[in-house]
Structure formats: structure tokens, C-alpha cells
Design a protein around this ligand. Sequence first.
Ligand code: GDP
Length: 440
Amino acid sequence: DGLKTLKVDDTPLPKSKNLDVLSEYEKSKAKKSASFVVVGHVDAGKSTLMGRLLLDLDVVDQRTIDKYRKEAEAMGKSSFALAWVLDQRTEERSRGVTIDIATNKFETDNTSFTILDAPGHRDFIPNMIAGASQADFAILVVDASTGSFEAGLRGQTREHALLLRSMGVSRVIVAVNKLDTVGWSKDRFDEISQQVSGFLQGSGFQMKNVSFVPVSGLHGDNMVRRSPDPAADWYKGDTLIDELENSEPMARALDKPLRMTISEVFRTTQSPVTISGRLDAGSVQAGDAILIQPSGEKAYIKSLELDGEPVDWTVAGQNVVIHLTHVDPIHVRVGDIVCDTRQPIACVDSFTIKVLAFDILMPMQIDVHRGRLHAAGQISEISALLDKTKGTVLKKKPKIVKPASVARVVVKLGSKVPLETGQRVVLRSNGNTVAAGLLD
Ligand code: GDP
């Protein structure tokens, strides 16, 4: 180990202040931090809605929007100006779709929010899985304009709802969008709310965790400010930002062993190997040694950054930038897991999992998705068909599993992958989600 690290870096190891991070965290009274994902049918208005939110909260200024609008007009797409706030790369702009989980932040009095933007295009579901796996809650955007909701409902909206629930998201704010196009019709809002309630319940959501807000992302009505339109007077409920503030982030696994999925690897002036991601569990401080899986290589934390500021420590739930030393960059990849050196995550090439089937399951080739990690594998055996609510065995070794049934299956992977009990994974085949569930 000593020899190996010397080759990479012969500077002294970073020093730890040996802080008791959890008591530091208690003392700091850090602002509540919450991450949410934005899902919904392509063109439902997700990007516009988020651009508007950031504009109305003064995270971006009108000048920036005006600049985007000019550029958008030059391309004949003026309506996309707000959407570009979240989506600032030219390549994506000319295609008019959001590709990455663009991470954007904003703060209210009580909470520091991170938006994990998830695109609606079919091919981009893997990104949505990555986003949802990090989210405390979700905004589901539905398009209220005539006919559009019906098309979206049949298509992607339902798959998104199922995926959200499968990834452990339980709180959903439904933004019933584009109500300006239907003259702020209360009937239309009620009709859509009722139908969406139906399929959210069918996907396993509890209605006490679901709220509906009639909005216009384009004009900013009921987002941060109430709608000034008299036709919208009937709505007396909370605005979208109020609903966000009223959402409780999930309990943080602060006292569990460190786990973080790497979402980016880059080079900075501070280190040739800088990583970013969200701490899923545990805590770290500058000077700590960490282990990277699946390579099993050790690295040291030279320094940490939170929201662009250097910090001594960070805890589960926070999105952090970590500058590493004493590690060769070839061992550090997007999707890898950073973990505790004493209680590392194991790498496995097979596992059993209790899944909800979205499609027919049988022994078949599949891709396993967990956060940003993708791995090729196969369902090698269906161990049992289970009762949906009780989890008891209905039938041993069935030949196939029908959609909407629950089963326990054995998955074999082509390589060793860091996975552990309690993690949520999604199984996909030929670009379709076929099942999702919880590792045994
Ligand atoms: P995304 O694919 O879900 O991100 O959708 P976009 O944000 O790109 O919006 C798709 C289209 O719907 C764009 O032309 C937007 O200007 C338009 N749009 C979005 N929100 C509204 C709204 O509240 N009212 C109206 N009338 N149009 C909207």
C-alpha cells in the first residue's frame, strides 16, 4: 500500500482535525437541505417551470433571461428562453432537450434546495433514475392544455410515477401546468388532479404526501407569487414554493458508514482528482482516508467544498466537492462508490432482489441501474412470486412474472459491482424499465 501510493503522490498525507462531525453538525444548526427531482412528460414544461422559479427567486436575473431570449429568437424558439436557465450548453439548446441532471441550487429562509433536473425524453430515463435515487421529493409536471395531459398520461407520466416510487420517493408535488392555456379552468384542474391521484395511488403513493398546485410556469403564476389573473381566484391553496418549503427531507443516515456515489470526476487547481456527489450516508472530514469501490483503492481527502466554500466536514444529504490526494485517477470513475475504509461496501456479481414487475419477467438479459451506476447482467432465476402486500410466497419458481406482480429474482452480473442490502435498483431491457426493487 505504502509503495503504491508513493508512485502516485509523495506529498505528506493530509492531516485530520479529528472533529466529532456529528456534534459539529448539531452545533452548526445548518440550514435544512433538500434535493428534488423534476419529472414529467417531454414538453410538459419542466425546464420552463424551473427557469421561472430561479428567475422569481432572483437566482438568475432578468438580463440573463433577456440574453437567452435573444439567442432563442435567433434560433426561432423564443419560448425556450426560460428553459435554458437550467440548460446552458449550446449543444443541448440546439436540440431543445435537457440531457444531464443539471444541478441547480437555491435557498429560501429555511431550506437550501438542490434541483436535480430530470428530462422527459424516453432515452433519458437512466438519468431520471440517477436523479430520483438522490431526491427527497419530486415535482411531477403535467401539461393541462387540451389533449396534452391525456397523451402524457398514457405515455411517460405513469412510468415516471412508478419509477419515483420504486426509487423510494414518497412525497410528490404535482404542478398542474399551462393552466393559462385553458383560461384557469377549475374543472380542468380538478379533472386532472383526480386522474393523477388515481394513478399515483395505483403506484403506491399515499395521498397525504401528494399535493396539487395549478400553475403557469411560463408566466410564473402560483409559483412564487399568486396568480394575478382574476380567473385563477378560485385557488386558495399554497404556491409551489410554499409546498416545497413544507416538504420534509428524508431522514439522513448520519450515523451509518460513509457512502457516496461519484457523479462527476474532474481536475482542478487543487487536485488532479476532484470528485463531486451527494453523501448518501455517514459523514467525512478533511484528512480522512476513504476507499473507492469497485477498484478497492484508498485515497485521502485533501479538502472539501460545500456550495463553493471550503468546509472541514460534510454529512449525509449534502452535495459536496472533494479534492483527493494519493490516488491514481484511473481508479476513480463516475458511478463508483466512496466508502468507509473500515466498513466498505462489498462488490458482488450476483444478488437477489424483491422487485415490482413493470413488464413480463423471465430469465432474460437486463441492465442494472443504481444511481449513476449501470451494469449488464441477466435475471438467472425467478425464486418466487410474492403477495404484493404481505410479501409471503404465492408460488415457488414460476416460469414468468406478469406486469404489476411482485417477485423475488436472482440477478447475475457480468462484472463485480458495489451493491448492498437495502439499495434500490432498476432493471431495464432494450431501453424499457422492466422492474424495480430493493436488494435483499
Ligand atoms: P420540458 O420538455 O418538460 O422541459 O418542457 P419545456 O420547459 O421545454 O416547455 C415545452 C413548451 O411548453 C415550451 O414551448 C414552453 O414555452 C411551453 N410552456 C411551458 N410552460 C408553459 C405554461 O405554463 N404556459 C404555456 N402557455 N406554455 C408553457
